[in-house]
Unconditional design. Structure first.
Lengths: 187, 187
DNA sequence: TCATTTTTGTAGCGATTGCTACATTTGTAT
DNA sequence: ATACAAATGTAGCAATCGCTACAAAAATGA
C-alpha cells in the first residue's frame, strides 16, 4: 500500500522536471510515463487519469517555484520598487527561473481559454508572484502597495512574452526602460 | 485551376476566424476542415499539409491585426507615452483586439519552445506592435523612442498575461498604476 | 502455510490523428 | 464531341491517443 504513493511522488518529481523542460504540449500519457521511467499502465495505477498526472506535476511546479523564490530572497528584507523590479527581472531571465516563466506563460495562454486545471494553477502562480513582490516592497502596506506589486508582475510577465516573441535584445531594452522609469517615479 | 486557390482563400478566412475564437489547441485537420465547411480531404487538396493550413491562417491573422491597428489609429497623429499606453490598453482589452492578444500570448508560449512556424509569426506580430507604437509616439525618433515603444508593448503583453492568470480586476489595477507612472515620468 | 491484498505486465479496445490511394465527377480546350 | 486536366467523394491506412480487462506475480497478514 505504501509503495504506490511513494512511486506516485517519484513520478510527480520526474514529470514536473520534464514538463519544466518541454512545456505543456508534450504530455501524452506514454510520454509522461517515459519521463517517469514507468509504463503507462503503472502511471494510471498511481494516478486517477491523465488530468490527475498533469495537475499533480503542475502543483509540484508551483510549490517548487514558491520555495525557490523564498529561498532566493527571504521576506524580511524590503526594497524600493525599481530595485525589486531589477532583481525580479534578472531572476526571471536567469537559468533557474526562466523555465518557470515559460510554463507560466503557457498556463496563462490556457487560462485565457478557461481550460482546467490550467486556469486555477495559473491564478495560483500569479497571485503567488504578486504576494511575493508585495511583501518585499518597502513602504506602508495597503492597496497602493499591492497595485505597485501587480504592476511589477505585469511588467515581468510582459518581458517574458516580449523575450519569447521579439527576442532577448528587445526585451532587455524594454527592461532597462522600465527600470529607469520606476527609478524616477517610485524611488 | 482557379477554383482551388479561390477555395483556399475562403478556407483561410474561415479558419483564421475559428482560430481567433478557439486558439491554437483545437487544430486537428478535421476540426479545421469543419470550420471551413469542407471535407478534410479537400483541405489537403487546397493546402500542402496541416502546417501549411495553420501557417496560412496565422498569416492572415497577423495581417488582419496590422490592418485593424492601422484602421483604428492612422500613423500621422502622435501622442505622449502615457496617452498611447492608455489607448493601447483599452484597445487590447476590448472585444475587437482581445482575441488577437490571446493568440499572441499563445504564439509567444510556442515561440519560447522554438516551435515553427509559431516563433516566426510571433516575432512578426511583436515587431508589428512595437513599430505601430513607435510611429505614434511623440518626440524625436531614435533608439530612445524605440525603447519606449518596446516598454509599452511589454506592458501591454504583461497586462494580457496578468488578466488571463490573476483576473481582470488585478490587471486593471496594474494598468492604472502603469498609466500613472508613465504620466509622471514620460509626459 | 494459506488466503488476501497490492503491485505489475500483457494485450488490446475504440477513438482520433495526419495523410493517401483510388475512383469518379466536373470543367475546359480543341 | 472528345480528350485531358481539375476537382471532389469514398474509404481506409498506420500511428497514436486515453484508458481498461485480465491475469500473473509479489507482498502481507493470519
Amino acid at each position: 500500500m505504501k509503495k504506490r504513493l511513494q512511486q506516485r511522488e517519484r513520478a510527480i518529481d520526474a514529470i514536473a522536471k520534464a514538463m519544466l523542460a518541454d512545456g505543456l504540449s508534450k504530455t501524452s500519457l506514454r510520454q509522461l510515463a517515459a519521463a517517469a521511467d514507468v509504463s503507462d499502465r503503472m502511471l494510471l495505477y498511481y494516478f486517477e487519469d491523465k488530468d490527475d498526472v498533469i495537475a499533480a506535476a503542475l502543483g509540484k511546479i508551483t510549490t517548487d517555484l514558491a520555495a525557490e523564490l523564498e529561498r532566493i530572497t527571504p521576506a524580511n528584507e524590503t526594497a524600493p520598487a525599481h530595485a525589486l523590479f531589477e532583481q525580479a527581472a534578472k531572476l526571471t531571465m536567469g537559468a533557474t527561473l526562466a523555465p518557470y516563466m515559460r510554463i507560466s506563460v503557457e498556463l496563462a495562454a490556457a487560462a485565457a481559454r478557461n481550460e482546467e486545471p490550467f486556469a486555477t494553477l495559473s491564478a495560483q502562480i500569479a497571485k503567488g508572484f504578486v504576494t511575493w513582490t508585495e511583501q518585499r516592497l518597502s513602504g506602508p502596506s495597503g492597496p497602493q502597495r499591492r497595485a505597485l506589486a501587480a504592476m511589477i508582475i505585469a511588467m515581468i510577465d510582459g518581458l517574458a512574452v516580449l523575450q519569447a516573441s521579439a527576442g532577448k535584445a528587445t526585451a532587455e531594452i524594454a527592461a532597462r526602460e522600465m527600470a529607469s522609469v520606476l527609478k524616477a517615479v517610485r524611488p
